[in-house]
Design a protein around this ligand. Structure first.
Ligand code: ZN
Length: 147
């Protein structure tokens, strides 16, 4: 777990240990499963919609600390948003995680993922929940993979 030493360790591990919005949402309107074979992360995202907006979102699965923390922070961050806004937030998070952000955007708690950019192997752990969320919004039934 040395990778995590400089990765806003406390916050990520806190979310990994006690993830928000963890557990299957039943009934749910949409769901999708994601898998990151590089690390072994598996995540399922469950949505209850209010028109085009996400009203409730929960996730479950078994992932590493970064994947679980990312899913936890994501579910806290996208409630009430519709797909275009979610895609914008994901793009900002992805830029942070890949070190392409100029740091001008205020992402609140999601800013912790700037620490991931030092560990390219871990970027897919952080982005898997987001890819899975977008798949759930599309109601794709095929499993998502980062490969
Ligand atoms: Zn992982």
């Amino acid at each position: 777990m040395n990778d995590l030493d400089d990765l806003y360790q406390e916050m990520i591990l806190g979310h990994a240990r006690q993830p928000r919005n963890f557990g299957a949402l039943a009934p749910c309107d949409r769901s999708a499963k994601g898998h990151n074979p590089l690390c072994g992360d598996r995540v399922t995202v469950y949505l209850r919609m209010d028109g085009e907006r996400v009203r409730e979102i929960q996730f479950d699965g078994a992932g590493c600390a970064i994947c679980t923390a990312s899913a936890s922070l994501m579910t806290d961050g996208v409630k009430g948003l519709a797909r275009p806004a979610i895609e914008r937030v994901f793009q900002d998070v992805h830029e942070l995680a890949t070190g392409k952000s100029d740091g001008s955007k205020d992402l609140g708690k999601l800013a912790v993922f700037s620490g991931v950019s030092a560990f390219p192997m871990r970027v897919k752990c952080a982005t898997l929940p987001w890819h899975t969320l977008l798949a759930a919004l599309d109601s794709t039934s095929a499993p998502v993979t980062t490969e």
